[in-house]
Design a protein around this ligand. Structure first.
Ligand code: ADP
Ligand code: MG
Length: 323
């Protein structure tokens, strides 16, 4: 304890992220004053992380700072938006300077990576809870929505989903892995990579897009449903990391990739005639995405096994790690 609220804001948050010329007035007054580009639309999101619910109690403070911003960056990525300004609402039991320093550096490092300025916030005492609001922009009418998919559009996912869920299970002592795999998987949970640059590029190609925060299967179903479609996903084409396969085996790894959560990858659909151009302009091996299936006219999402039978995923992969 000890440090005053004013000193705390000055020391840890005044210079968090980048300095932007479109911030007319940042931290220090009653509210921030921001200069919106005239030809753009504002895209806004907010997400809250509660200790013990969205991250284990005792998680590294740098990871909490990183994730609090990452979850919001991922939402803007899914809209094809460019992030600009963040606000931080921080509730914590006491002002521990070591913790604050690490939290702010985790937040600030990711903010700098994406050109985001922290322009305001609120500090209160109570059970640890972090809420970040993120504002960004897209050119007028260009935002990527969940609703634009059509039957026969090809469905893609970025990255290697499932890693983060396995990393969380490792953090919680519910799973064990070889040390190099454990290190990699933990890192994927603690410091996820929001696909902001990919989201922006996808404006040109994708018919619909969603970020994968609640599990690929459920989020692909949300995209399909919002687009008035169903989907077919090929189980064997789901991208999984070597570490995940090594730890869980092929089938459980892909099951976790479908049902895990907190991946912060992008799931998107592209009209079949545009797929060649997509692959040409955004080489998949460079941008890290892969086709996993197609949208179809019939409602519902079917996951197809290699032998073309429909697989059943009625329950969460977390049951694999149950006691
Ligand atoms: P008010 O009471 O008018 O809301 P505060 O005294 O709470 O103002 O905050 C002073 C300034 O510090 C404001 O600009 C506010 O946005 C900013 N601020 C407060 N807490 C934080 C925080 N955790 N991170 C970033 N900015 C903050
Ligand atoms: Mg005020």
């Amino acid at each position: 304890m000890g440090i005053s609220e004013f000193a705390l804001i000055e020391r840890y948050f005044r210079h968090c992220g980048v300095k932007r010329s479109d911030v007319r007035l940042g931290i220090g007054d009653d509210a921030a004053v921001l200069d919106c580009p005239p030809d753009a639309e504002l895209v806004a999101t907010v997400d809250t992380l509660v200790a013990g619910v969205h991250f284990p109690i005792g998680s590294p403070a740098a990871s909490i700072g990183h994730r609090a911003l990452a979850v919001n960056l991922s939402d803007l990525a899914a809209m094809g938006a460019r992030p600009a300004w963040a606000l931080l609402s921080l509730t914590m039991p006491s002002a521990e300077e070591d913790w604050l320093g690490e939290f702010a550096s985790g937040l600030s490092a990711l903010a700098r990576t994406h050109g985001v300025a922290l322009v305001g916030g609120n500090t209160t005492s109570g059970p640890l809870c972090i809420s970040v609001q993120l504002l960004g922009h897209v050119p007028r009418s260009a935002a990527l929505l969940r609703t634009g998919g059509k039957p026969d559009d090809v469905l893609f996912v970025s990255g290697t989903p499932g890693d983060s869920a396995a990393g969380l299970a490792l953090e919680q002592g519910q799973l064990t892995a070889a040390s190099h795999a454990a290190k990699y998987l933990r890192e994927r949970f603690l410091f996820p990579t929001p696909r902001v640059a990919l989201g922006e590029r996808l404006r040109k190609f994708a018919s619909a897009c969603i970020d994968v925060s609640d599990g690929l299967l459920g989020d692909a179903a949300k995209l399909a449903q919002a687009s008035g479609c169903g989907a077919r996903i090929e189980f064997e084409s789901i991208p999984v990391s070597e570490s995940l396969v090594e730890t869980l085996g092929n089938e459980t790894a892909r099951t976790l990739a479908l049902t895990g959560g907190e991946d912060y990858e992008l799931c998107f659909s592209v009209p079949a005639p545009s797929v060649g151009k997509l692959r040409q302009e955004l080489p998949p091996e460079q941008w890290g995405y892969r086709s996993i299936g197609v949208l179809r006219a019939e409602a519902g999402v079917h996951v197809m096994a290699a032998d073309a039978t429909v697989m059943d995923f009625s329950h969460s992969g977390f049951h694999h790690f149950g006691p």
